[in-house]
Each structure stands twice: as structure tokens, then as C-alpha cells.
Design a protein around this ligand. Structure first.
Ligand code: AMP
Length: 471
């Protein structure tokens, strides 16, 4: 059912000349937006809200940080403001790939809807179903759910989808990564043909295009240009690693945190095991940090996220899935401890900083074994290279020597050995930025030194062996 689309590509930081008050939103929503200090819509909101209010399907190709959550929640809440839900028949269904993202959307709905009388329920792991079921029984206007939970409760007869007027699918490409596409197709089929669809995805792989063509009716397509999103608000750097040795990487990460003005940051690892190890290592070295990944209990994940938002934790060490949709507007830095295996994840990861027009910095550790994935990232972000930070003496940073061997890893010991022979960073830019100009560096004895104004040498936690006692 392919349809004619008005394709609108907009830069993420395009100036928007209209105010929320001109979009025709309910006064109570405008009041809530005013309380949050939001006066103008973001570009995606400016385009999506009027179309969605007019009942059009919308396809938003945009990452987090663009204000996409408001682009679907605001018009939906506006339309739901009048009318009432019937028992077990939600009027709007918002499907999200992860619990964190679902919780985040719920938070937005609560904020924007604080002056409306809308009922909302959340069907995600870690949230008691008994309580949500009571709400469903009374009638829920907006149901926010992960696909598995939703279908599970549908199959038990706890939910009817025939009353759904608006179906929102958020971060569809992540659904694809997580194997949720059959579930999403089923949800499409279970909701009425006449429902409105608001569909969001950061990228458009073929499987997602197929879904869009099949289930959206003449959608307004709004594409937020990726290149500006990464180039203008996020300053990107890489560090060339002489090896893939985990300890050397952890030392480098710490060096970067200690030597940059990091207010708070997120460190991304490809594996859950490394999330734990890196978080522990940082904590041992007195850098306040905590891990967040899918194997940790939901209660702990929620608590960690709250602490991070409050500033009680400086560094959140995360896996891609757990970090998905985290809304922490003031993150100053994103560190890619690992080069992501999927280039799209790079964009998602660095989208955690430089949000809503704020400035952010991101640094990725790149070893020779990461070259293929790194090239794919460059291709995706349409860049020839990413500026390098030179860390003098990096080749002398200590190594684990295989202490944390990983199965199923691209850092196999034999390859690593080969890699270790090529020590020096490949290419160093003469004209580096403030990040590279700081004076801290490791000396040949393995001590980190920095020269202060009076020319004295400051220690950096003593010499390396003691420093690395635990990890
Ligand atoms: P999102 O892309 O929906 O995850 O939103 C990214 C961040 O921008 C969140 O912290 C939102 O609360 C914030 N935000 C959303 N809309 C606006 C707006 N119109 N003005 C200022 N900030 C906004």
C-alpha cells in the first residue's frame, strides 16, 4: 500500500519561528509546556504536531534528542483531551522497544498532561501488572508498552485493541535489532485499520520501509538530517588505541575523564560484562559511576538512572539497549569505550549528548581491529575522519595480559598480540583542539603527570602498579 509522501528533510538545528501557542494545542497542554519552559517547538514537533492533530499518519525519521517524543505525545494528548476511555480499551497505544524508553515516554506524558484528566498505564517489565491491570479495568486513554508485554496481556484477554485510535511506534529500528518486528506487525493487525499511525525510527532499513509501506496511509514524512545533528551540536573525537587490551582501554578512558571537563557522561560498552567491569574499575579509581544493562533488576536500573539524573553518579556505564531513550538532557560527554558493531548505534550513542541544541563532546576508542566498524561509522555520518586526540605515552598504559578473556569477541588473543606490535597512534593532527591541548600525559615510567602553572609536576594517583591493584 505504497503512498505518495511529502518528504521533508530538515536540519535538527533549524530555527523554528513559530511558538507552541500557534500550533493549535489545548490550553492546558500549553500551560504545562510553559511550566517546563518550552516556548518553541523543535523542528520535528513544528511539522508533526499540526499534521497529527489533523489525523494524518506521520513517519518521523529522527533520533532521540530532536524532541521526537513531544512530536507524538503532544498532538495525541491534545486529541484525547476530550472523550473517555472504556474498560480495557486504550484509545492510544505507544509501543517502545525498551522499558527505559517506555518509562521516559510515560514521564513526558505525565509532564505534558498534568492539567489534563488523562489516564495512562505502563506495561513494562519490572512494573507490577496488578496495579496497571486495575487502571486498565477502569479505562486507560494512553497505554505505553513494550511489544512482548503488550501481546502477552492481549493474549490473556486483559486488553482489547479495537478501541485504539492512535498507534505510536517509537524507535522502530531498535525494534528490528531486538527481533520485535513480528510483534509489531501483529500489533498493527490487531488495531483497527482506521487508526492513525505515528511511526518513528532513527534509520530506515528495508524491513522498516516494508512495514511503513504496508501499514501507514499517505504519511507525512519528516526526516531530521543526520549530518547536522552530529556535526553541529556534538564535537566528536577518537583516540587511536595501540591495542585492544581491556586494561589499556580502561586506563585511557580514565585519562579522558580526568583530563577533560566532564560534568557527567555515559560510557558505552558493546558487552554487558564489560559494562560491569568498566563501572567497577571507575569506582575503584574514585570516579563515581554505575552500570546499567539488561541483566540488572529493573528496580536497580531505575534507581541508578535517578541517581545519574540527580548528579549523584557522574558516569553511567551502559549497554546500547539499556541506554536507549535515556533522557538526561545535561550529559556533557559520551565515551565509546567500544566501537559499536552497528554504525547506527554510534549515532544513537552520541545522541545522548548535545541534546536539544546543547553542546556536547564524544570520544571513541578505536583500535586496529575496529577499523571496519569505524569505516562504516564514517560512511554513515558522511565524514572522512574524526579528529584524533593524542595521548602521549598511551602505548605504556598497563595491560591485562588476557585476565579478562572474552569468548565471542573480536579481540581474540592471537589477533591482539599481532595488534600490540603496532604501537604508536597512526596519525596525529597538528592542529588539535582544547581537548588535545591539555598538558597531562603519561611519562615513560608509567606515571601520569601534568605540569601546573608553576612548572611543578602533579601526581595522578601515584605510580601505575598500585593504581591498578584491582582492575
Ligand atoms: P527527545 O528527542 O524526545 O528524547 O527529546 C530530547 C530532549 O529535548 C528532552 O530532554 C526533552 O524534554 C527536550 N525537549 C523536547 N521538546 C522540547 C522543546 N520544544 N523545547 C525544549 N526542549 C525540548
Amino acid at each position: 500500500m505504497s503512498s505518495k509522501k511529502e518528504n521533508q528533510e530538515i536540519d535538527a538545528d533549524t530555527k523554528v519561528d513559530i511558538k507552541f501557542s500557534q500550533l493549535g494545542l489545548d490550553d492546558r497542554i500549553l500551560k504545562a509546556l510553559g511550566d517546563l519552559g518550552y516556548e518553541k517547538p523543535t523542528p520535528i514537533q513544528a511539522k508533526a504536531i499540526p499534521a497529527a492533530i489533523k489525523q494524518r499518519d506521520v513517519l518521523g525519521i529522527a533520533q532521540t534528542g530532536t524532541g521526537k517524543t513531544g512530536a507524538f505525545t503532544l498532538p495525541t494528548m491534545h486529541k484525547l483531551a476530550s472523550g473517555r476511555a472504556r474498560a480495557r480499551m486504550p484509545r492510544c497505544l505507544i509501543v517502545c522497544p525498551t522499558r527505559e524508553l517506555a518509562a521516559q515516554v510515560a514521564e513526558n506524558v505525565e509532564q505534558y498532561g498534568k492539567y489534563l484528566k488523562l489516564e495512562m498505564a505502563l506495561l513494562i517489565g519490572g512494573v507490577s501488572f496488578a496495579e496497571q491491570d486495575k487502571k486498565l479495568m477502569r479505562g486507560v486513554d494512553i497505554l505505553i508498552a513494550t511489544p512482548g508485554r503488550l501481546l502477552d496481556q492481549f493474549d490473556r484477554g486483559k486488553i482489547l485493541m479495537t478501541g485504539v485510535q492512535t498507534l505510536v511506534v517509537d524507535e522502530a529500528d531498535r525494534m528490528l535489532d531486538m527481533g520485535f518486528i513480528p510483534d509489531i506487525e501483529r500489533i498493527f493487525q490487531l488495531t483497527p485499520f482506521t487508526r492513525q499511525v505515528l511511526f518513528f525510527s532513527a534509520t530506515m532499513p528495508n524491513e522498516i520501509k516494508r512495514l511503513v509501506d504496508q501499514f501507514l496511509h499517505q504519511p507525512l514524512t519528516i526526516q531530521i538530517a543526520r549530518k547536522n545533528m552530529t556535526a553541529k551540536t556534538v564535537k566528536q573525537y577518537i583516540v587511536r588505541m595501540p591495542s585492544s587490551d581491556p586494561k589499556q582501554k580502561r586506563t585511557t578512558l580514565r585519562w579522558l575523564i580526568e583530563n577533560n571537563e566532564v560534568d557527567n557522561g555515559i560510557v558505552f560498552c558493546n558487552r554487558k560484562k564489560d559494562v560491569d567491569i568498566v563501572a567497577k574499575s571507575l569506582s575503584v579509581h574514585k570516579i563515581s559511576s554505575a552500570p546499567i544493562h539488561g541483566d540488572l533488576p529493573q528496580s536497580l536500573r531505575t534507581e541508578t538512572l535517578e541517581k545519574f539524573k540527580n548528579g549523584d553518579i557522574k558516569i553511567l556505564v551502559a549497554s546500547d539497549v539499556a541506554a536507549r531513550g535515556l533522557d538526561v538532557p545535561t550529559v556533557s560527554h559520551v565515551f565509546n569505550y567500544d566501537v559499536p558493531n552497528h554504525s547506527e548505534d554510534y549515532v544513537h550513542r552520541i545522541g545522548r549528548t548535545g541534546r536539544a541544541g546543547r553542546k556536547g563532546e564524544t570520544v571513541m576508542l578505536v583500535s586496529r581491529l575496529d577499523e571496519k566498524n569505524y569505516d562504516e561509522i564514517l560512511e554513515l555520518i558522511n565524514a572522512k575522519s574524526i579528529e584524533e586526540i593524542e595521548i602521549k605515552g598511551i602505548e605504556n598504559f598497563p595491560k591485562d595480559g588476557g585476565k579478562y578473556k572474552r569468548s565471542n569477541s573480536h579481540t581474540a588473543p592471537r589477533k591482539e598480540k599481532r595488534d600490540n606490535r603496532k604501537k604508536a597512534p597512526k596519525r596525529i593532527k597538528e592542529n588539535t583542539t582544547a581537548t588535545t591541548n591539555n598538558k597531562k600525559e603519561l611519562n615513560q615510567n608509567g606515571k601520569v603527570e601534568s605540569t601546573n602553572k608553576s612548572g611543578e609536576t602533579e601526581g595522578f594517583g601515584g605510580n601505575i602498579p598500585a593504581f591498578f591493584k584491582v582492575l
